[in-house]
Design a protein. Structure first.
Lengths: 183, 853
């Protein structure tokens, strides 16, 4: 992607085209505006969360052209021409949860869940690239996401549950993903 | 393992089940509503100018250039906001303690890095931050107070001119024949311990969005508050801008207000007669000796509260964790509300992470000298502790760090038989961020005592396990109360958890593992720690700390059945990760005999829920919050059953409700529903909407204990080359009584232990000796990742009592036990005593003698 000048005067905007969750957006944005703010405030997808705004906590992790990226460390203009997936893009249009979301619910992975969008997006990339990770691989891959509530074990279990659910859906079985209620 | 009594469940039996969280249906798909997501049309954005200096006077402030910047709506100097707000007053006072009054902004003097100097409101956060850079301030630096030792220097520059130097409080109390016990014991062993500053660090920072109704001026405030009702009242008081006399006149002329006040006052007085009678005025006397302005401000704010007919509405939606830090009401909350009110426009302020590290809540910088009187056979006789607590610059509101030593006073002797205990100490002010409650705010009493028990054991040449076994309170010889006052019942089951933990340790294997570790240049060690916590504690718990301090602690709740049959439960809790919605649905659904989805839980909206001073805090959500849900639900079920019995032409005692089907026992095919009953009552009442059944209650819990207890065991494996510590095993044996949802309880325990692991090996909130904050990013303040936190084995004991709702809280315990177990394990591994809580790799290597100090 080409990088427009970010030294434009304050108040001046630049046009960008970006696809977010398969919807094309044409936006005029200030060059200094972070991608996270563009997604949250300009596009209105507030599921992407800002925890530290300096690239450590990982709550704002999204997929940019398929790669997990910190939305707080990118400028909106840098996403010109990019395909972005956010947490809102995981579930089916009818609201059916993505198997990773369903798995995290079954494993009771989160508590406050403020960090969950970042963990979920990191997990999407992890399981795409490594469908059967070991526990050590899961812990290492998710070490770029901070959670203060859970002590992580339940999140690791959620990823392991997702491996099972994704495996069964890959085999053509729908699985019993909508159990809800009592496990 | 679980021998849950029949009385603990009813209906469909959701109690005790690992019910998956209903919260996740919105949170995991990006549909939560956190405070930063609240962006009303046309909302403006606020940013604070914060002091770069720890201690300085403000000579002048020039906002001209900032105010001229396009997009800036208003630049408020500290003086401008202070002129339209009232100060933070001490709400809780104690003999020997002075609590400085302070305003929402600093206009003459700054007292810590990050202190609030000016507020910009602009069309975007970007423009607001641009404007901050254009504000010119002339400071004169003062000598900072960066350490506890500096705070105790007699002639050091003072933060608060009315204090005695930088000492804000002197506290002292004793129980039992201290001198006699210490003179007669075989040994008196004394050591000094210190814990550095930590910070809560929820993943979501603080935030407030103040919506202003253009027509009425009414404020609706979305806030990350653990205690929305306390925030509502505090803002109503602090935004009172008219004089007391004028407001008194308004109040007198308003008959409705007068009647409502008289009724509320009568109700309060009758409910709290005993507490009010027990209170002395020593705390107020101490305060007024230093600063009489308290009375004037109290008068003005009280009159404002009486006269006002429009208190703000506070709403807490989804909150991204808090761990105590979002309970206190902060200066930013008041400043942003005052600014929005003044402008008549909605304003959002979202704290950034650097601000959160500077002043979002800090904790546990404490020093202790402890003496234990002990006989040669290992019998503990007495304990004396001197402490100094570093509260930072500004006292917390509405409860200052004074609460911490008051709780130490009750907890410190722990679950052990002991004849005498004495606690003395000081609260000091330093040029640092605010001390807030942090998950088990008193937790260092457990760290100190349990670490010291290991020291004593080594001195007496017995094992730490044997020393604890000899002294722990056991069934059969259990006293009725601690020597510090709080009563004891069967929930004080620490010995059970301790015995079970010992059964689960393979000591032979441990010796083998130690040898194997040593062979590869590692050291392995094991540490044990036990504690008890009041969750919610016995009825006399808070009054044992200070007579009459047990007011405003009831838990309120309401249940309604709407005209269309919907069941709606209103809790005064403010959940922020504890899964209240799921667990309260479990409790209520069981009582009503309906599926989970038939119950709606409402929280966090002060227009819809009952008053609660504490909101969510103090591990009360399980015992009291769920308790009042159960009792109100039960009462409504009784009322519904009576109506249904009439409709079914049967006796109430013959009515059963299963899966929402209300029927005569044995005749489910002829059942009716809650909607049918509600419709009947609605028709009778000639109404079509709103509640047709309502029950509102206050609930205080059951029994004379309410203790949540545990024993933690940590295994550590230390690499002597790197100083890195692995935790091959961590065991928690806990007893929080009947468990509502094991998935939730296990999560709370693991999360607490994880913060304890962080505190010991990774987290230090580092101020230098000049009070400059060095850990201002997550590259400096290390929150542990999935790589650092081990598996945690959890064993539940579930002691039941005769009372209902005897679930005990479990939110704080993980963090209470972990630092003690972990530092004991390090001490065991290295064969040296450990007197500090923070043990990063360099310190581990120093302790091991690998590198020089």
């Amino acid at each position: 992607m080409s990088l427009p000048s970010v030294n434009a005067p304050i108040g001046q905007t630049l046009p960008i085209s970006v696809t977010i969750n398969e919807t094309a957006h044409s936006l005029d944005i200030e060059p200094r505006r972070s991608l996270a703010d563009v997604i949250r405030e300009d596009v209105g997808l507030t599921g992407t969360h800002l925890g530290c705004e300096h690239g450590v906590c990982g709550a704002c992790t999204i997929l940019v052209d398929g790669e997990p990226s910190r939305a707080c460390l990118m400028l909106g203009v840098h996403a010109d021409g990019a395909e972005i997936t956010t947490i809102e893009g995981l579930a089916e249009p009818d609201g059916t949860k993505h198997p990773i979301q369903e798995a995290m619910k079954q494993a009771m992975s989160f508590q406050c869940a403020f960090c969950s969008p970042g963990f979920l997006m990191s997990t999407v990339a992890l399981l795409r690239d490594n469908p059967n990770p070991t526990e050590a691989e899961i812990r290492e891959e998710l070490s770029g996401n901070l959670c203060r509530c859970t002590g992580y074990t339940s999140i690791v279990e959620g990823v392991e549950t997702a491996v099972t659910l994704l495996g069964s859906s890959a085999l053509g079985s729908t699985g019993d993903q909508a159990t809800g209620g009592v496990a | 393992m679980t021998d849950t009594k029949d009385t603990q469940t009813s209906g469909l039996g959701f109690m005790g089940q690992r019910v998956q969280r209903v919260e996740d249906d919105r949170l995991l798909v990006g549909k939560g509503e956190f405070v930063a997501d609240v962006l009303p049309e046309g909302v403006l954005h606020a940013a604070f100018l914060r002091s770069p200096f720890p201690h300085a006077t403000i000579n002048s402030i020039n906002v001209t250039a900032a105010a001229r910047l396009p997009g800036v709506h208003k630049v408020f100097t500290g003086a401008e906001l202070n002129a339209i707000t009232n100060p933070f007053l001490p709400m809780f006072m104690a003999d020997g303690v002075y609590t400085p009054l302070y305003k929402c902004m600093s206009d003459e003097k700054v007292r810590h890095v990050g202190d609030l100097v000016a507020l910009v409101v602009a069309e975007s956060r970007y423009v607001a931050e641009d404007a901050l850079e254009l504000i010119e301030i002339d400071y004169t630096e003062l000598t900072p107070v960066g350490t506890i030792d500096q705070a105790l220097e007699p002639n050091r520059e003072q933060l608060w001119e009315k204090a005695d130097g930088n000492v804000l409080g002197n506290l002292s109390d004793s129980f039992g024949p201290v001198d006699q016990v210490f003179s007669r014991a075989d040994h008196v062993i004394t050591r000094t311990f210190e814990c550095p500053r930590q910070t809560n660090q929820p993943m979501e920072t603080r935030g407030t969005v103040v919506k202003v109704d253009k027509a009425t001026g009414h404020l609706e405030i979305h806030n990350t508050s653990q205690a929305p009702h306390a925030l509502k009242w505090a803002l109503a008081a602090m935004l009172t801008d008219e004089g007391g006399i004028k407001n008194f006149g308004k109040f007198v002329r308003n008959a409705d207000r007068r009647q409502a006040f008289t009724a509320a006052a009568k109700d309060f007085l009758s409910k709290n007669k005993e507490s009010l009678k027990a209170q002395d005025n020593a705390g107020q006397v101490s305060q007024l000796k230093k600063d009489k302005s308290l009375l004037k401000h109290q008068g003005k704010m009280a009159m404002g509260l009486l006269a006002s007919t429009d208190y703000p509405t506070v709403k807490a939606g989804d909150i991204g964790g808090a761990f105590g830090s979002k309970g206190p009401i902060t200066r930013e909350d008041v400043a942003v509300a005052a600014a929005a009110k003044k402008l008549g426009k909605s304003v959002q302020w979202i704290e950034d992470r650097v601000e959160n590290l500077m002043d979002g809540g800090q904790a546990r910088e404490e020093q202790f000298t402890i003496s234990m009187a002990v006989d040669s056979d290992g019998t503990l006789r007495g304990m004396k502790v001197d402490f100094v607590l570093d509260q930072g610059a500004y006292p917390g509101f509405p409860i200052s760090s004074l609460i911490i030593p008051l709780l130490w006073k009750l907890y410190m002797p722990g679950p052990y038989n002991i004849e005498a205990f004495e606690l003395n100490g000081q609260i000091v002010a330093t040029n640092k961020g605010r001390v807030v409650p942090y998950r088990g705010p008193w937790a260092n009493e457990t760290w100190l005592r349990e670490r010291m028990l290991d020291v004593v054991a080594r001195e007496l040449n017995i094992t730490p396990a044997d020393l604890r076994a000899k002294n722990v309170m056991r069934e059969g010889s259990m006293p009725d109360a601690f020597i510090t006052g709080p009563t004891i019942d069967e929930t004080m089951s620490v010995a059970k958890t301790f015995d079970r933990a010992l059964e689960m340790i393979d000591f032979d294997q441990l010796e083998e593992d130690k040898a194997a570790a040593e062979a590869k240049g590692h050291r392995l060690g094991l540490g044990i720690a036990s504690y008890h916590e009041a969750a919610p504690g016995p009825p006399n718990f808070f009054s044992s700390a200070q007579p009459g301090s047990d007011m405003l602690l009831s838990e309120d709740g309401r249940a309604e059945i709407q005209a269309d049959g919907r069941i709606v439960m209103y809790t005064s809790q403010s959940p922020h990760g504890q899964s209240h919605e799921t667990t309260y649905k479990q409790v209520a659904a069981d009582e009503f005999g309906v599926p989970l989805e038939d119950v709606e839980i409402v929280w966090g909206d002060t227009d819809r829920t009952q008053f609660s001073f504490l909101g969510t805090g103090g591990s009360r959500g399980g015992p009291l919050g769920a308790g009042v849900m159960r009792m109100t639900a039960r009462e409504l079920r009784r009322q519904v059953t009576d109506v249904a019995a009439d409709m079914l032409e049967a006796a109430s005692s013959d009515i059963e409700i299963i899966d929402g089907n209300i029927h005569v026992a044995g005749v489910p095919a002829k059942g009716i529903t809650y909607a049918d009953v509600a419709a009947k009552v609605a028709t009778d009442k000639r109404t079509t909407s709103g509640p047709v059944f309502t029950e509102q209650m206050q609930y205080d819990g059951v029994g004379n204990g309410g203790w949540s207890v545990a024993t933690h065991v940590a295994w550590v494996d230390i690499d002597l080359e790197t100083g890195l510590v692995e935790i091959p095993r961590y065991l928690v044996v806990e007893d929080c009584g009947p468990i509502i949802n094991p998935g939730v309880v296990d999560g709370q325990i693991r999360g607490g232990v994880a913060q304890g692991v962080g505190a010991v090996f990774y987290e230090r909130h580092h101020y230098d000796e000049q009070a400059n904050l060095l850990s201002t990013t997550y590259m400096d303040y290390l929150v542990p990742t999935a790589m650092e936190i081990p598996h945690i084995d959890i064993e539940h004991m579930e002691t039941l009592t005769d009372g209902e709702n005897d679930a005990r809280g479990t939110g704080e315990g993980g963090m209470i036990g972990a630092p003690a177990a972990l530092t004991n394990a390090v001490s065991d591994a290295l064969g040296v005593e450990v007197y500090e809580q923070y043990l990063p790799p360099y310190r581990i290597l120093e302790l091991a003698g690998v590198i020089d100090r």
